[in-house]
Each structure stands twice: as structure tokens, then as C-alpha cells.
Write a protein that binds this ligand. Structure first.
Ligand code: ADP
Ligand code: MG
Ligand code: ZN
Length: 470
């Protein structure tokens, strides 16, 4: 029996403000536990929150980037639940009056995925489980977060991952967050249901706090299949939260509707609602940078890139930053693009990171590409050097000089090698004389071997033709 899969995402993204959402403690990742805390974010009685204006600005900025309508009136609610990492026993969040409403992003297929809202809230602390028991680090308590909620418009694990990658790239571009999934700065709750085509939608199951693209893909695939199997057996189920265990590759029951939290939301009387002036919104809109989809159009128009190439190179900010910055000192758009999408991507694929980081500086890559483009070095050398300079950022020109890696384009030197190869391989030489171009490769390959990959293939062919036609 075939089923349709329905997916909606709730994405939490920590904002890159200097201080926390409601106090002046530093918002900093990786500090010693419990150094960035004050009576306010520790939930001491008698303290009062003071809203961080930059957090509001960043939330609006994110909203504008993805086409949200910005609310004129916005307010904060307390969401109550008990957990050791939440000193107040409530989280300040937004329910009735979120800052941003609607908006969405277009997938490569042309499908538009709608957002329901983006709202501002605070993060909780972190539990540290260790050999001496569990301890709590409250550095993160009160760090501003935006929660981005999609409509249930996604229909496959691949669509969900593509959407999240696009959203991440948009958020990175706006500069409101560094979106590091590895550091938990971008986390995703996944809602999944399945139904038979034509039927009404199934009951959604939520899996919380997924922290990598691969986990999201695996979790959706597993959970959809599990639900289909249940329905095939004639079982039904209730709306519930399940825990995704990425090591096991399975989801486990956590709580269902009956045992679920009643958050007892009510307005936070200590934080006055925000009146968002349209002129303020416009002033933020004016500072929005070029978004990835705008850059994509520009690269097609200005540099003549194909739709596919432009889309690929703008699919992550790390790629497009590298590309544009290499072009600043070495303006060969097609050549640079091919090298990045070939060699650099190969290297990144092997690393398999969710948060793409390229240690190689663009100006160093530009130097390498100049050497390769100008045929000073052969392709094999360019590849090897890429590995070598990837982290060290050593000067490729210097390496080529020091180690004598320049390509052999000297026809005299190549002629001696080829003379010998022709003499040693009379059969191949004969085939070449008969005009069989397949043997070219053989001679190029042998010359490469003799020169340690440094022979310039074009010159090899030239010299070879001269010898054969003598
Ligand atoms: P909650 O806070 O209770 O999780 P939200 O409204 O914040 O509720 O989020 C609900 C999420 O579930 C949204 O992302 C929405 O798109 C998604 N969703 C709603 N109905 C379904 C469904 N039938 N199948 C899958 N996802 C759904
Ligand atoms: Mg939810
Ligand atoms: Zn504080």
C-alpha cells in the first residue's frame, strides 16, 4: 500500500548577539561552565528582565530575509515546565503575538514551502552528564533563540533536508546566527505523519532536537516507515513525542498527548509588549545583504553560469564566499568554478561536515589556480598541492619553486623521453602512425610516469606528432 508522507519542521536557531535575551550576561559558546550567569538568568526572586533590542532586530532581520510579514504588535508569554536546566521553571517565548508571520522558501523543484511564523524566545541551560553524576551549566540559559515553524508542506526526507539547508544558508547570509549544528546552535524538531493518498492527514509524531542533516533524514525515513507498518497492521496511534536515537537508528516512545506537558502559557507581565514601527522595519530591510537566491540569479546573468552551476555554488555560504573571493584576485569564473565544484567539493565530501568550513584562504587558492591555469603545474600537481595547502595555507608558488614541481613543457626534455618510448614500444608507435588516436593516451600516460606527473600533455602530443611524422 502506498502512503503519502507529511512533514513540518520547527527550527531553533541561536542568535549571535553579544549578550543574552533578558540580561547583560555574555552570549558565548564554549566558556567554562556557569561563568556567564547573573541573578537574572539564574531565576533569582526579585530580578527583572530587560529585553535585548538586538535580539528583536535579528529576529525581524531573519523574518524579512525569508519574506515574513512583521507584526506591528508583538508580546512575550511564559511557557511553564519543570526541568533542571530551566531556573525559572518557565521559558520566555511567544505564542499569540510572534514577531514574524508567514513567509517561506522555494525549493529547487520550484515548490514553495510556507512558514507559519518566526518567534523570539530564550534557550535553556545544558545538563552535563559525567562520571560524578549530572551537573548543570547555565551559560546557555537566556541566550536568544528564534523558532522558525514551517507549515506541513514537506513531503519527503530529501525535501526536508533541502529546505533546512536553504534556510541555514539564508540565516548565515543575514548574519544573525552562525548556525553551527555541531555546537547545537541550529536544532530541528521534526513532525511526521503518513496517510493514504486521498485520505485526510494522519496523526503527527514529533521528534525533538535533531542536530544534523543525516540524523534528520534517517529519523524521517525510519519514522515514516514505522507509521506505515503500524497502519498496515490495522493499528492507529495518538499524537505523541518520540525520541530519536541516532546511534540505534530507531525512535522510541517518550510521551503521548495524555502525559504531555500543559505549558500553562500566560503573558509575561514583566516584559512590555513591543510596538514595531514600520519605519524601524524598513531601516532593517535596507541593510539586508544579497540573499543566496539573488546571488544565484546574478551569477547566471553576470558570469553566464548555468542554472545548475549557479545553484550549486550558492547552496552554501562557504562555497559562494570562497568562489567570489577567489575571483577577486583571479578572474576566471568558469575555470575557478570547475575547480571548486570538482576538486574542492571532492575534498569536502570526504570530510562530510554539516557545518562546512574551508580553512584554505581564497587568495591562496587563487595563487594555486593561477599556476594551474597558466600551465605552470599539471593537474595532478594541482590536486596534490590542494591537499597540502588546505590547512597550512602555504604559498603554492614557493612550494612549486622549492620542490621543482613546475610542469615539464620543455619540448627538448620531453623529446628525449618520447624518443625512447617510441623505440621501446614499436607496436604502439606503428598504431599511432596508422592514425589511431587511442594510443595517444598510452604515450601521455607513460610520459607522465617518467616525469612524475609533471609533463604538459599538450606539449607531449606536439612532440609525439613530430617524432612519428618524421
Ligand atoms: P507544537 O508546539 O505543539 O509542536 P507547533 O504549531 O509549534 O506545535 O508545530 C506544529 C508543527 O507540526 C508544524 O511544523 C506543522 O507544520 C507540523 N504539522 C502539523 N500537522 C502535521 C501533520 N499532520 N503531519 C506532519 N506535520 C504536521
Ligand atoms: Mg513542536
Ligand atoms: Zn544573566
Amino acid at each position: 500500500m502506498s502512503y503519502e508522507i507529511v512533514i513540518g519542521l520547527e527550527i531553533h536557531c541561536e542568535l549571535k548577539t553579544k549578550t543574552k535575551a533578558f540580561c547583560s550576561c555574555r552570549n558565548e559558546f564554549g566558556a567554562e561552565p556557569n561563568v556567564n550567569v547573573c541573578p537574572g538568568c539564574l531565576g533569582m526572586p526579585g530580578t527583572l528582565p530587560a529585553l535585548n533590542k538586538t535580539a528583536v532586530e535579528y529576529c525581524i532581520r531573519a523574518g524579512l530575509a525569508v519574506g515574513c510579514k512583521i507584526s506591528r504588535y508583538s508580546a512575550f508569554e511564559r511557557k511553564h515546565y519543570f526541568y533542571p536546566d530551566l531556573p525559572n521553571a518557565y521559558q520566555v517565548s511567544q505564542l499569540e503575538y510572534p514577531l514574524c508571520i508567514g513567509g517561506g522558501l522555494t525549493l529547487d523543484s520550484g515548490k514553495f514551502v510556507r512558514l507559519n511564523r518566526i518567534h523570539l524566545e530564550e534557550d535553556a541551560g545544558k545538563l552535563l552528564h559525567g562520571p560524578y553524576g549530572t551537573r548543570v551549566d547555565l551559560n546557555r540559559a537566556g541566550v536568544p533563540l528564534i523558532e522558525i515553524v514551517t507549515e506541513p508542506d514537506l513531503r519527503s526526507a530529501d525535501e526536508a533536508v533541502e529546505f533546512l539547508a536553504k534556510l541555514k544558508s539564508a540565516l548565515l547570509t543575514t548574519g544573525v546566527s552562525d548556525c553551527k549544528m555541531q555546537e547545537g546552535r541550529l536544532r530541528c524538531d521534526v513532525n511526521v505523519s503518513v496517510n493514504k493518498p486521498g485520505d485526510k492527514w494522519g496523526t503527527r509524531i514529533e521528534m525533538k532536537n535533531l542536530a544534523s542533516f543525516s540524523a534528520i533524514k534517517r529519523a524521517i525515513t525510519y519514522e515514516a516507515k514505522r507509521q506505515m507498518d503500524e497502519l498496515d497492521k490495522g493499528n492507529t496511534f495518538v499524537q505523541a513525542t518520540r525520541r530519536w536515537d541516532d546511534k540505534d537508528g530507531k525512535s522510541y516512545p517518550m510521551r503521548d498527548k495524555e502525559t504531555s506537558n500543559d505549558y500553562r502559557y500566560f503573558p509575561d507581565a514583566n516584559i512590555i509588549p513591543i510596538n514595531v514601527e514600520p519605519s524601524y522595519v524598513e531601516s532593517i530591510r535596507k541593510t539586508l545583504p544579497e540573499m543566496p537566491w539573488e546571488l544565484k540569479e546574478r551569477l547566471q546573468k553576470e558570469l553566464g553560469l548555468s542554472e545548475y552551476d549557479a545553484r550549486t555554488i550558492t547552496s552554501d555560504k562557504a562555497y559562494s564566499d570562497l568562489y567570489l573571493n577567489v575571483l577577486k584576485t583571479f578572474n576566471e569564473p568558469k575555470f575557478v568554478l570547475n575547480f571548486i565544484m570538482g576538486e574542492v567539493f571532492k575534498k569536502l565530501n570526504a570530510l562530510g561536515q554539516d557545518d562546512i568550513e574551508i580553512p584554505l584562504k581564497p587568495e591562496i587558492l587563487a595563487k594555486l589556480l593561477k599556476l594551474y591555469h597558466g600551465k605552470t603545474i599539471a593537474q595532478a600537481t594541482a590536486r596534490e598541492l590542494l591537499d597540502e595547502i588546505w590547512e597550512s595555507n602555504a604559498d603554492p608558488e614557493q612550494i612549486v619553486k622549492d620542490r621543482n614541481l613546475a610542469q615539464v613543457s620543455d619540448s627538448g626534455a620531453l623529446e628525449a623521453i618520447l624518443q625512447k618510448l617510441v623505440a621501446d614500444n614499436p607496436k604502439a608507435a606503428e598504431q599511432l602512425k596508422m592514425g589511431d588516436p587511442k594510443v595517444n593516451q598510452f604515450f601521455i600516460g607513460q610520459t607522465m610516469k617518467a616525469t612524475g606527473g609533471k609533463a604538459n600533455p599538450a606539449v607531449v602530443l606536439e612532440v609525439l606528432n613530430k617524432i612519428i611524422n618524421k
